[in-house]
Ligand binder design. Structure first.
Ligand code: SF4
Length: 348
């Protein structure tokens, strides 16, 4: 469809979504915004983008920052591997490119945490290079307008859609075109209730003609979520409290938490290995407080056992004894932050 680009650009109004990163062609800032916005809504991501630009205005400042500080600023945004990769890639830019953000698609693609979509977004938005973006918005628009039923999460689907996206790209102005198609997916061709009545493609859109709007795009794999149960031990005395850092190759790597036991439904506090390390007779163990968090692929149940002791017992080095007044300086997963927001006054 030759007129696709023309119609799209006629529809596009740069002020439709007045986002702070649209006003810059600084590749570093565009990179920050793209990583922050992966799997994150614009309203949630915008304050994080502004905070990162303020605290780390250059690649060098980000590369020189301790990872724990970067994770702390990222706290609450989820998918923490993005923050770790961002930090790692900033060091790559310092080492491989003398601190200057790379200017070719191939070099950008070499950076940790950057895939085809992000490389295309940065190289087109910052340098106007002819690389077509293909994100969830673009998959949805193309599958609906052209009636493509190939699953978007299959190898053949990915290459089919990428080829079509490349063919449709307005090579004279890839930056505007890429922005236009992403805005179009976000504003007009929304996942639910797309605005077909006002759509410039309504006369040719296959999904509209064939009444398949709610079926497209097609995904072949159904996501199966697992359920996990974390029992946290909030062990504290009048001054200090124990926390530990997650180091396993698992969710929330690098974040902090309370001493924890991950268990199945059958768990009882009487069988807890952690409780055996302390003297439960001298402690007050409240009924656990329950919190939940839903991740993209897991349901997390957190049970917080508050244990107040006169003097903290000595635990091994994997546990960190910190001042209670310092606790908010550490980056915690959302489920623990929610708990702290409600209970800090009681444990401090
Ligand atoms: S007609 Fe509806 S489904 Fe088709 S592209 Fe336009 S908004 Fe999307």
């Amino acid at each position: 469809m030759k007129s696709f680009s023309r119609k799209l650009l006629e529809w596009y109004n740069p002020t439709n979504r007045n986002l702070p990163w649209k006003k810059t062609n600084d590749a570093y800032k565009i990179w920050l915004s793209e990583i922050i916005l992966q799997q994150t809504r614009v309203e949630q991501g915008t304050p994080y983008y502004l905070a990162f630009v303020k605290q780390y205005p250059t690649v060098k400042r980000l590369a020189n920052a301790p990872l724990d500080d970067v994770l702390k600023l990222w706290e609450g945004l989820g998918y923490y591997s993005r923050a770790r990769n961002l930090h790692f890639a900033s060091k790559q830019i310092m080492q491989l490119h003398n601190g200057k953000f790379p200017e070719t698609h191939a070099e950008i693609l070499q950076l940790k945490g950057i895939g085809n979509y992000t490389a295309a977004a940065i190289s087109s938005f910052a340098y106007n290079l002819p690389h077509a973006v293909l994100d969830g918005n673009v998959y949805r628009v193309l599958s609906r307008v052209f009636g493509i039923e190939t699953p978007i999460d299959s190898t053949i689907g990915k290459s089919t859609f990428q080829k079509l996206a490349d063919d449709l790209l307005d090579k004279r102005n890839p930056s505007v075109y890429n922005q236009a198609i992403m805005d179009f997916g976000a504003i007009m061709c929304k996942p639910q209730n797309p605005l077909c009545e006002n759509c410039p493609f309504s006369s040719e859109c296959k999904a509209l003609q064939l009444d398949k709007i709610n079926l497209l795009p097609i995904k072949s794999k159904k996501l199966i979520k697992t359920e996990r149960h974390f029992h946290y031990f909030v062990l504290y005395d009048s001054k200090n409290i124990y926390i530990s850092q997650r180091t396993e190759n698992d969710i929330w790597n690098g974040l902090f938490e309370f001493p924890v036991e991950e268990v199945n439904d059958q768990w009882s506090i009487d069988n807890s290995d952690f409780i055996k390390k302390i003297d439960p007779q001298s402690s007050i163990i409240n009924q656990p407080l329950s919190y939940k968090q839903t991740l993209s692929h897991q349901y997390i149940n957190g049970y917080f056992h508050e244990i107040s002791v006169k003097k903290l017992p000595k635990l091994d080095k994997s546990y960190l004894k910190i001042k209670k007044s310092d606790i908010l300086n550490y980056a915690f997963p959302k489920i623990i932050r929610s708990y702290l927001e409600n209970r800090l006054i009681f444990i401090s």
